[in-house]
Design a protein around this ligand. Sequence first.
Ligand code: SF4
Ligand code: SF4
Length: 282
Amino acid sequence: MTAADIESILGEWMKNAPENLVAAERALEPGLAGLRIYDDPIACACAADDACLLSLADNDAANVHLMMPEEWLPGARSVVSFFFPLSEEIRESNRKKDGIVSLAWLHGRIEGQACAEAATRFLAAEIGKAADVVIPTTDERYKVHVDRDAPPQRRYSPNWSERHVAYAAGLGTFSMPGGLITARGVAGRIGSIVTTAAIEPTPRPYEGVYDHCIRCGACARRCPAGAISEDMTKDNARCSAQLDIAREKYPAYYGCGKCQVAVPCESRIPKRREAPAHNASQ
Ligand code: SF4
Ligand code: SF4
């Protein structure tokens, strides 16, 4: 099996899944009923004993609690990481500069998370017909360690990090606010599985953790909370407070995502020459 096969399985599921459309009874306004959440997913894979994957815990203090594939699943041979890009309609809805998260984006955040988890379970069941599979982030052993005395960037340390694993699998490199810039951009959700199936590894077409980020600063300028600094750090407390504003009106929802749209990395890997063009794509 290859990553292209995985893309095909996930893509077919997405085309037909009711989970990928906002149900009428969930729509925050009537016009959002039937809104498509994701476009076609992309996928990458690496060996369970890939050197980059195994070194993640060594290279970043926030990763000290990471469990390696063999710990999640004895006999693991592969790790598959995939990205679900948010639809153009959802991305477009959130491009306004007013700092107010769009209702469609809130659906992408909440119903999108449920849809991404359902798609991942479907993939696990498909691969599970011939091999063992674990979904670390929904496994009962998944845990986020909290160290309240640590600096903000080191405070939360999960035992599986979708972004770091995606980086190791070749799916993308980190964005300035801490997301992942994939071939389909940053606006979307990441998922992964660990399996005993042999999935052909994909190339990792970069060397550094920020290779795809052109340091244009557009995401920092878009942030209504001033949470992103030009030195590539994010104030997580400010960001969380901004995400929670939506709850005041819609208690079941939270989100912002202004730094993921109307930026050069919204839906693709930006070109280096775009860096000096401040606000060019906003
Ligand atoms: S908007 Fe610019 S600085 Fe921010 S993550 Fe994207 S490429 Fe990097
Ligand atoms: S999600 Fe919103 S508050 Fe958080 S960093 Fe991005 S733009 Fe800023």
